[in-house]
Design a protein around this ligand. Structure first.
Ligand code: PLP
Length: 398
């Protein structure tokens, strides 16, 4: 390590971009969690199911057959063809697997690549808030400036198109949206997405649309942003396998867009990552070929748990909207006199239940906590019991 006299500005070897990242509001808290027993975690946004057997089997078989190499930087052609076919079946969009589909290391990498491909220093990216934790850091790391647009419970946590338009400046380059939403569970109706499309068109903006939860919607329709008229050209569509197919550890996602954007993303990808892991890609091929029924089974199970969680929280006085997608509830704790971090820390220490303080998703998440319901029913029941006891205790003044 350099000493201070050798280092850059302000006596630190760390770059300004990395220093500009806010420390994660939940890291300290999760470090504490790992030292404790008997904790029910509603904290991590991860399916509790293992990857369906047929998908695992195809990956095992691929290893037996010796598929252990790099793939094309774009990803296996067979997988890109499956992704293109899947997008076409669901949305009517036609993405050429040769130059409009890029296989990424999860949607996480897709977000990073999209930002690095589109953003010049000082470019502004409009981001609805509460926001998934990596959006703002990815904008910052790309040299851009994230411009948050608060969303509110009274409006179902949907972003108001007018609020986006009000924040457009000559430096605005893109809008980064993620619906169904993490952490709020909000889904945007087609009509409102069309208004956002109109804003993008009028101001010449790009839209990066993270649709990782596209398959997990309840009693409503998901609209693929790129499928709106005129949007395929100016949208980077991001999705992946982690949530729908319970494949978080396989690290596979994909980006679909205009060939020029995909080429730019691929350029960054080839120098920094090379390719997504081949076993993950093999598994993803099988997921797209035979995984539909397992997605539907998981969705039905999440739907049951969603009702259980939502009604339990509302009953104990933590007002909770009906989340229409993903697998999170985002109840209000405003009736209690404490911050979301205090709530989360005390709940963990006193009742051994972990959830995520809303402030981790930006200032407008304050006053809420995120509870993930991709957790076994018995654990949700036990967690609700413990949260209820905690809320009664806080309201009783201790
Ligand atoms: N986007 C959203 C909205 C997420 O909630 C997550 C994971 O929690 C990701 C992206 C990252 O997904 P992946 O596992 O594909 O990198």
């Amino acid at each position: 390590m350099q000493n201070a006299s050798q280092s850059g500005t302000n006596g630190t070897p760390i770059s300004q971009r990395v220093r500009a990242l806010s420390p994660s509001g939940i890291r300290k808290f999760f470090e504490l969690l790992y030292t404790m027993d008997d904790v029910i975690s509603l904290g991590v946004g991860e399916p509790d199911f293992v990857t369906p057997w047929r998908i695992r089997e195809s990956a095992i078989y691929s290893i037996e057959k010796g598929y252990t190499m790099y793939t094309s930087n774009f990803g296996l052609m067979e997988l890109r063809q499956e992704i293109s076919g899947y997008m076409n079946r669901r949305t009517g969009l036609e993405y050429n697997p040769a130059n409009q589909v890029l296989v990424t290391v999860g949607v996480s990498q897709g977000i990073d690549l999209a930002m690095r491909a589109l953003i010049d220093p000082g470019d502004e990216v409009i981001v609805p808030e509460p926001t998934y934790v990596s959006y703002v850091p990815c904008v910052t790391l790309a040299g851009g400036v994230a411009v948050p647009v608060p969303t509110h419970m009274e409006n179902g946590f949907r972003v108001r198109p007018q609020d986006i338009e009000d924040r457009v400046t000559p430096r605005t380059k893109a809008i980064l949206i993620g619906y169904p939403n993490n952490p709020t569970g909000a889904v945007m109706p087609r009509r409102e997405l069309e208004e956002i499309a109109g804003i993008a068109e009028r101001h010449g903006l790009f839209v990066v649309s993270d649709e990782i939860y596209e398959r997990l919607v309840y009693g409503t329709e998901h609209t693929t942003f790129a499928s709106l008229p005129g949007m395929a050209e100016r949208t980077v569509h991001l999705s992946g396998f982690s949530k729908s197919y319970a494949m978080t550890g396989w690290r596979v996602g994909y980006a679909c867009s205009h060939p020029e954007i995909i080429e730019a993303m691929m350029k960054v990808h080839q120098y920094t990552m090379m390719c997504a892991p081949i076993q993950g890609q093999m598994a993803a091929i099988e997921a797209l070929r035979s995984g539909d029924s397992s997605v539907e089974d998981a969705r039905e199970e999440y739907n049951r748990r969603r009702h259980l969680m939502m009604s339990g929280l509302n009953r104990m006085g933590l007002a909770c909207l009906e989340p229409q997608g993903a697998f999170y509830t985002f109840p209000s704790i405003k009736s209690l006199d404490m911050t979301s971090m205090e709530f989360a820390e005390r709940l963990l220490m006193e009742e051994h239940v972990a959830l995520v303080p809303g402030s981790a998703f930006g200032p407008s998440g304050e006053g809420h906590v995120r509870c993930c319901y991709a957790v076994a029913t018995e654990e949700i029941e036990e967690a609700l019991e413990r949260i209820g006891r905690f809320v009664r205790k806080v309201k009783g003044g201790s």
